[in-house]
Design a protein around this ligand. Sequence first.
Ligand code: OAD
Length: 255
Amino acid sequence: MEESLAKAVEVLRRASRVVVLTGAGVSKESGIPTFRDAQTGLWAQYDPTQLATRDAFIRDPKLVWDFYEFRREIMRPAKPNAAHHALAELESLFPEFVIITQNVDDLHERAGSRRVIRLHGRIEENKCYDDCQGDPTLVDVRTLTWDHDAGPPTCPHCGAKVRPNVVWYGEVLPSAELEAAYDASVQAQVMLIVGTSGLVTPAANMPYRAQHAGATLIEFNPVASALTSTVNIHVAAPAGDSLPRLVAALKASHV
Ligand code: OAD
C-alpha cells in the first residue's frame, strides 16, 4: 500500500468523529461527467455555469429545462460505484460519521449511506420557481401533462414555472443543510475530501473550517485540486480504487 494510504489508515484508526466532503469526482466512475468535464454532444457549446443560473432560466426556461433533462437522462442509468459503497461501509466503522455532498445525484443514498447532507439539492426533484407553498414547494411532474416541447411545466398551485430542485450559481444554499455541514466540519477529527476541485464556496470552505478546528484533512483525488496545498494527506488515485482499499485496511486493523 502506498505511503499516503497507509498514513490515512493510521490517522483514521485513532478517530471517532469523521466527516466526508464529496464532489462530482466520486460519481465520475458511475459514468456521470464531472461538473467541469467538457459537456458532450449538443451541450458542448454551452458553459454549464451559464446555464445553471436564475437569469438563464428567466431568459430561456426551455433551454435550461432541457439542459437539466439532458443531465437527468445521463444520471438515470448511473449506479453507485465502489467509492460510494466504500463510503457507506465507512459509516459503520465510526461512532460519528456524515457525508457532506455537493453532488445532486442520489448515489450516496443508493449505496446505503444514511447520513448525507445535500448542499446543492437533488436533480431528480423539481419545485415551483416561487416556492409558493414554502421552501421548497416540490412538484411531482409525473402527475402533470404539458407540452414538453414548450419547456418546463407550470406549478399546479400558482402557475409559476417549475424548475429543478438544485442550487444555481448565485443562489443561497439551503440554510439547514449549510448549518449542519458547518457544525459537522468543526466537530470532525478527520475530514475526507473526495473528488472535488475545491473551487466553489461555501462547500469549499468546509475543509478550512475543519482544519482550523483541529481536523486532519485527507484528500482522495487523482490530481491536485485547489485544496491540495492545504490538506495533510493526498491520496493521488481514483476514489473507486483508493477508498475500498482504505476500508479493507481499516477493517483488517479492527477499527
Ligand atoms: P469538479 O468537476 O469541479 O471537480 C471534480 C474533481 O473530481 C476534480 O478535481 C477531478 O480531479 C476529481 N476526480 C475526477 N475523477 C475522479 C475519481 N475517479 N476519483 C476522485 N476524484 C476524481 O466538480 P466539483 O468539485 O464537485 O455546483 O464542483 C463543485 C460544484 O461546482 C458543483 O457542485 C457545482 C459546480 O458549480 C453547483 O451546481 C451549485
